[in-house]
Design a protein around this ligand. Structure first.
Ligand code: NCD
Length: 323
């Protein structure tokens, strides 16, 4: 009994390692390995994925993630095929499982998937032999965004241990907030989630987070003053209107006044902080336009680092030992 459970567990762990569903399957060393590999992606390396086909299957809107996976796979020498829900047989009623089986049959080696349903990548992986990489599933997870956020912060601060990061905005609907907060926690950062009460996750989510061996913490507050006090990074989030029910905010103007990140608010509450945003941005809502570029903004570094992280993930999952 014990022996067979152990075998199953080992098999389960191996299966998890072959895919990237979320940061929750990674250890602090696993995260460091991916970030270190990403750092090496600026060096010349030939075409380690020549002969491999990567399918970019995006059943939900995307610019940055889709394009950067495409560029990343291309730089590694892989062939890339892009599929969107519009124009694919999903429009004709084909199920996700049938689509994935078809992609398997045409000879794809890796599947990058974005889907509005949480859990879609896990389902896809049951019908696909190669690695499956989650590029965002509903409001659940977005692991490569988390990894690029971690890389961007590690590059600037040298370490994530003890870093004070405020994540402000529509936390409850944001897969980025969930995955990035989890990654930061594992790596020992002090995370503060800040939003109006209707846009904060259920406290049970925080209670269920794994303990951080690195001393990381996650707390939530509705007060910007508490979230930003001493913050070294302020990450703002887009209002995820497509995932919200009505009535979560009394008034957008009031939200902007209380939670929008502006130069004046930063100067008052977190004068030394840098600003991040996963994009796409609603200028003038969660962030003032002048903060999107310039000295305090890391937004374009996030996009640049996204290509490096996705190269690293593809190479680690599909290189030498991969499919
Ligand atoms: C995010 C996403 O799609 O989850 N964008 C991204 O991937 N860079 C965030 C968002 O949509 O607001």
């Amino acid at each position: 009994m014990t022996a067979s459970r152990t075998t199953d567990q080992v098999a389960g762990e191996a299966a998890q390692r072959r895919h990237l569903f979320d940061v929750d399957a990674l250890t602090v060393n696993g995260i460091a390995q991916i970030l270190d590999e990403a750092e090496r992606m600026t060096e010349p390396m030939g075409a380690p994925l020549r002969g491999k086909t990567v399918i970019n299957f995006f059943a939900e809107a995307s610019t940055r993630t889709r394009v950067s996976f495409q560029i990343a796979a291309g730089r590694l020498g892989a062939q890339v095929v892009n599929i969107a829900a519009d124009g694919s047989s999903l429009e004709k009623g084909e199920s996700l499982v049938d689509t994935v089986r078809t992609l398997q049959a045409v000879g794809a080696h890796a599947l990058v998937i974005r889907h509005a349903e949480p859990g879609a990548p896990y389902l896809a992986a049951r019908h696909f032999r190669g690695p499956v990489i989650n590029a965002g599933d509903g409001r659940h997870a977005h692991p490569t965004q988390a990894l690029l956020d971690l890389l961007t912060m590690r590059r600037l601060f040298g370490t994530l241990r003890g870093l004070i990061v405020a994540i402000v905005g529509d936390v409850t609907h944001s897969r980025v907030a969930r995955s990035t907060a989890l990654g930061l926690l594992l790596c020992g950062a002090q995370v503060r989630l800040c939003a109006p009460p209707t846009l904060l996750p259920h406290p049970g989510w925080i209670a269920a987070l794994p303990p951080s061996g690195e001393g990381g913490t996650v707390l939530q507050t509705t007060f910007m003053r508490d979230a930003l006090d001493g913050a070294q990074v302020v990450m703002t989030l887009r209002m995820q209107a497509e995932r919200q029910q009505n009535g979560l905010l009394p008034n957008l103007k009031e939200y902007v006044r209380m939670y929008g990140i502006t130069t004046a608010r930063l100067a008052e509450l977190a004068p030394d902080a840098v600003v991040m945003h996963p994009g796409p941005v609603n200028e003038g809502v969660e962030i003032a336009p002048e903060l999107m570029t310039g000295r305090v903004s890391l937004i374009s570094q996030q996009v640049e680092n996204g290509v490096l992280v996705r190269m690293a993930v593809l190479k680690l999952l599909l290189g030498e030992t991969g499919e």
